[in-house]
Design a protein around this ligand. Structure first.
Ligand code: NAD
Length: 484
């Protein structure tokens, strides 16, 4: 498949190490496939430990000069990166749709969202500062300094090929840290285009690297290197836990944004139209392949039938088609393994008493899975326990607030939770009782640059975005001054 771009030089079939584009032909190439039809879009090199160590060494060499610049100088360059991303939004979105599958309008939305982190951290980076601590003695002062943590390894998933990169790299660069990116092997081209734009903006070549390839040797090289001072990972809980164990050897700073199993609770006093609109956004964006998507929809007995009817009508209007096709509202899933998992969850639910209440239109073959609503879902089903990561909306029943909260919290995950009510007392009670890093009342969206994003329990460690996001890339140094 050819991707038609205004600026074809943004498509790099290469890794980026210390300002040099290492072509796929130089090492065994990995094919990157279009999930809509499995056609190859291009190839990237299968880098290993050697290339990863080169990128780490180049980062260490480039770090002192970058950290010695003023925050204003660094942030002005990061802000130029933001403008270049916005100027190239159409090309970046087309690259993303080609390799990831999401409808073009959604891809453009993700590029805007990704860019918002660059702008935000270009601003936040200017506000990082020292703090005076009250001194115990007259001739002494104590100042708490903040310093960049150092070379940071960034490992990202395929479901948000741009935003997961900028949410990490923008605060790291603004704080004064070099970044070495290992994008998902399914979606490297968006990462490479973003890194190219960062270089064009004036980020020095030793400050941003993209090491493409199969993950295990690259991850092991990151974990083993004492020069990698920080590892920021977004992906599954399984791989997050593995990386955490590997990083124990070198005691690295870690941020882990992992899987979720978000509940969406519809109480009996909810505005049902609002709840349906929000459930549609939360559940079906990116074909249900988001860590914060409503995995379990819990509905009060009294409004179950009415809510189910309204949701069924909305889902019937969805159309499953290739992301570049006009009218596509749901794109393909990322690959055959994803399709297999989603179909297995549906079959398991149907075998345990669930029924299909409605389904969307369009394609239902290859990587395409039509959206469905499953009624009479129960906690014995796989879709209650695992992330389905697909366009399946299971409806569970509950009878009381306490039961709903207990069901919502009955998971090892704790990323996002959503609930719908018009009762103010209940709003506070439930928000405080839900075990999650993000709780949303009467809205289906929790992702924005100015709010901290992250999970508790097995959904991870640390926060991205907000004022917290840059702290993940800063060290604290206490400076004691005596004899004054
Ligand atoms: P994944 O864990 O399979 O892969 C994520 C990244 O880790 C990829 O770059 C992959 O190549 C790499 N990786 C895989 N094995 C590795 C290894 N042994 N060593 C080093 N790196 C390795 O996840 P995925 O399928 O790409 O993404 C989906 C998952 O990501 C879901 O669980 C989703 O919930 C989660 N996610 C979480 C957030 C969040 O902010 N919490 C955001 C998006 C996605």
């Amino acid at each position: 498949m050819m991707i038609e771009l205004r600026d074809p030089t943004l498509l790099h079939q290469a890794a980026l190490i210390d300002g040099t584009w290492l072509p796929a032909s130089a090492l065994d190439g990995i094919a990157v496939l279009n999930p809509a039809d499995d056609s190859p879009i291009g190839y990237v090199p299968d880098c290993g430990a050697g290339e990863t160590r080169e990128a780490i060494a180049a980062s260490m060499a480039a770090w002192p000069e970058w950290r010695s610049r003023t925050a204003n100088e660094r942030c002005a360059i990061v802000e130029r990166w933001y403008h270049l991303v916005i100027e190239n939004i159409a090309d970046l979105a087309r690259i993303m749709t080609a390799e990831q599958g999401k409808p073009l309008a959604e891809a453009e939305g993700e590029i805007r969202y990704a860019a918002s982190f660059i702008k935000w951290f270009a601003e936040e980076g200017r506000r990082v500062g020292a703090r005076n601590v009250s001194s115990p003695e007259r001739d002494r002062r104590v100042i708490v300094l903040t310093e960049p943590v150092g070379p940071s390894a960034v490992i990202t998933p395929w479901n948000f090929p741009a935003a997961m990169i900028t949410r990490k790299c923008a605060p790291a660069l603004a704080a004064g840290c070099p970044v070495i990116i290992k994008p998902s092997e399914f979606t490297p081209f968006t990462a490479l285009a973003l890194a190219d734009l960062a270089l064009r903006a004036g980020i020095p070549s030793g400050l941003i690297h993209v090491v493409t390839g199969m993950p295990a040797p690259i991850g092991e090289a990151f974990a083993a290197s004492p020069d990698v001072r920080k590892l920021s990972f977004t992906g599954s809980t399984r791989v997050g836990s593995l990386l955490m164990a590997q990083c124990a050897r070198t005691i690295k700073r870690l941020s882990l944004e992992l899987g979720g199993n978000a509940p969406l609770i519809v109480f009996e006093d909810a505005d049902l139209d609002l709840a349906v609109r929000a459930a549609m956004v939360s559940k079906f964006r990116n074909s249900g392949q988001t860590c914060v998507c409503a995995n379990r929809i819990l509905v009060h007995d009294r409004v179950y039938d009415e809510f189910a009817g309204k949701l069924a009508a909305a889902v019937s209007a969805l159309h499953c088609a290739p992301g570049l096709e006009r009218g596509a509202t749901v794109g393909p899933l990322i690959n055959a393994a994803a399709v297999e998992k989603v179909r297995a969850h549906v079959d398991d639910a149907l075998g345990k008493g669930g029924t299909i209440l409605a389904s969307g239109g369009g394609r239902d073959d290859g990587s395409f899975v039509r959206p469905v609503v499953i009624a009479q879902a129960s906690t014995q089903m796989r879709l209650a326990e695992e992330e389905t990561f697909g366009p399946v909306a299971p409806l569970f029943r509950f009878g009381s607030e306490a039961e709903a909260v207990a069901m919502a919290n009955d998971t090892p995950y704790g990323l996002a939770s959503y609930f719908y009510t018009r009762d103010l007392s209940r709003a506070f009670r439930v928000a405080e009782a839900l075990e999650a890093g993000m709780v949303a009342l009467n809205t289906g969206s929790v992702a924005m640059e100015m709010a901290p994003f992250g999970g508790i329990k097995q959904s991870g460690l640390g926060r991205e975005g907000g004022t917290q996001g840059i702290e993940e890339y800063l060290e604290t140094k206490a400076f004691h001054i005596g004899g004054l």
